[in-house]
Design a protein around this ligand. Structure first.
Ligand code: SF4
Length: 361
């Protein structure tokens, strides 16, 4: 079986039953893991020795090992984890302070690398290794809580990888994150960022409720498919239609992320197209200044242009916010730490994709 964290609540209870153990042990095990952040079976005082031996036999994979932590002056911490098979995965811890209070957010990865290869993204440059299991996704937040001693109040599925391309494991991880016996995270405290690949339809129909952030980055399909080179990427119109349905079903305001790339998607015609696209809809647009990635020739848009985009969209009645880039000094854009730690395994293809994308845009 491998990894204890991969089991859902029902699966854990079923497993215990199959081993002739009392079902209430499930609650004790989850209490140690998800509340006390204790992952070593020997330290779980109320778990009998015979059950500990059975669990050690059936779930031999250890928790991912922390490989590196880096700190940014703005309070961002970046963690690099080594999985049982040696794969490296990143997570980021963000501290936010506003007039409404303070909270700590965890940005988790859902894949080791990413198969899409967006030219502006460090993860896209380092190729794709494999999907993470639900337990490997969950272990990142547990590991960060254990190392930092902080209670994480928000989870962002925005790290390495595209969550919907690993939907079965991500859906299972969400179930545990929201489960009252585990982390009991409310739907407003959980955000999934996606580019909206075809499984978006499955997600919208799934009944899962969380905040959704759609990485748009272009106001038309031609430019978008060059920036996000996924064959079969859903057209923008269809994506908006699905998210409108989701927004009504789940009672959520969907956010659209627009990463401003100098000279690429920040021209007057792009702004005009954005206004036409969102004019009559109640979505929120986040304008993101670009965090430059080593090896990419994309450049950030200047501050005046970002302000002009924001003012024009707001004047057109489209709620827009400018987001601050975080963790610049520790290269907190997804994939940058992992990329430093390992030789690029997909460099050639990623660079080819980058150059062909740049040529076309
Ligand atoms: S931006 Fe997202 S979808 Fe694109 S390569 Fe990076 S992780 Fe993958």
């Amino acid at each position: 079986m491998g990894f204890l964290l991969d089991l859902s609540w029902e699966e854990l209870r079923g497993y215990l039953q199959s081993q002739g153990q009392a079902i209430y042990r499930a609650e004790q095990l989850w209490d140690w893991i998800y509340h006390k952040k204790t992952f070593t079976l020997e330290r779980m005082g109320n778990i009998p020795k015979d059950l500990r031996m059975i669990l050690t036999r059936d779930f031999p994979n250890p928790l991912p090992q922390q490989n590196q932590i880096t700190f940014d002056p703005d309070g961002t911490e970046k963690f690099l984890w080594q999985m049982a098979d040696g794969e490296l995965v990143e997570s980021v811890l963000l501290h936010t302070s506003t007039s409404h209070g303070q909270w700590t957010s965890a940005c988790l990865s859902t894949q080791a690398g990413c198969p899409i290869g967006c030219g502006f993204c460090a993860t896209g440059h380092s190729g794709f290794r494999r999907n993470l299991s639900s337990g490997e996704i969950l272990s990142q937040i547990l590991g960060m809580e254990q190392k930092s001693g902080e209670r994480i109040s928000r989870v962002l599925l925005m790290g390495m990888g595209e969550p919907l391309l690993n939907w079965p494991a991500v859906e299972r991880a969400i179930e545990v994150l929201q489960h009252p016996k585990a982390l009991a995270l409310g739907s407003r405290r959980l955000t999934m960022s996606t580019i909206g690949p075809p499984p978006l339809e499955k997600f919208v129909q799934s009944g899962v409720k969380l905040e959704v952030s759609l990485s748009l980055h272009a106001p038309n399909d031609a430019l978008r498919s060059r920036l996000i080179p996924l064959p079969g990427l859903l057209p923008i119109g269809k994506t908006i239609e699905l998210l409108q349905y989701y927004s009504e079903r789940a009672g959520k305001i969907v956010t659209f992320e627009y990463l401003l790339l100098g000279g690429v998607n920040d021209q007057p015609n792009h702004l005009k197209q954005l206004v036409a696209l969102f004019g009559a809809r109640s979505f929120l647009i986040n304008l993101l200044p670009y965090n430059p990635v080593v090896g990419s020739s994309f450049q950030p848009t200047n501050k005046e242009t970002i302000r002009w985009f924001s003012e024009t969209l707001n004047d057109a009645g489209i709620k827009t916010m400018i987001r601050k880039p975080r963790g610049r000094f520790i290269e907190a854009a997804c994939g940058q730490l992992r990329r430093k730690a390992i030789p690029d395994d997909g460099t050639e293809n990623a660079d080819e994709r980058l150059h062909s994308a740049e040529k076309k845009v």
